[in-house]
Design a protein around this ligand. Structure first.
Ligand code: SF4
Length: 107
């Protein structure tokens, strides 16, 4: 998977899989679901809290979560961050953000 794959997130791509993406609560809200470059931990927590509220009220939450896990996606999907999926065993192939946060926490 490409590290800059926001185009596949349901917030950005309404036509890729109309079975569930067209019913995504996040339509048009792409910025909430992917970290900006050098995003600070507090900003990340605020952004993900907002995203999580959309996901909790989303009728396709299960389909979205399963897709993100199966495809080792980057970003925030169905209430789960890359790090959440990593801890559950669904690690992305190049977990840049996870490594960066690990180093931040260690220093
Ligand atoms: S669960 Fe969240 S990320 Fe997934 S489609 Fe719904 S609002 Fe978007």
């Amino acid at each position: 998977m490409d590290a800059n794959n926001s185009q596949t997130h349901p917030s950005a791509d309404q036509n890729n899989d109309p079975d569930w993406r067209s019913r995504a609560n996040c339509a048009g809200d792409t910025v909430l679901f992917f970290a900006k470059k050098a995003e600070r931990p507090q900003a990340r927590a605020r952004r993900e809290a907002k995203a999580r509220r959309l996901c909790e009220a989303c009728e396709v939450n299960v389909e979205c979560r399963d897709f993100a896990r199966a495809n080792r996606e980057y970003g925030f999907w169905a209430g789960e961050s890359e790090e959440d999926r990593h801890l559950l065993g669904y690690t992305v192939s190049a977990p840049i953000g996870i490594r960066a946060r690990h180093h931040q926490n260690a220093s």
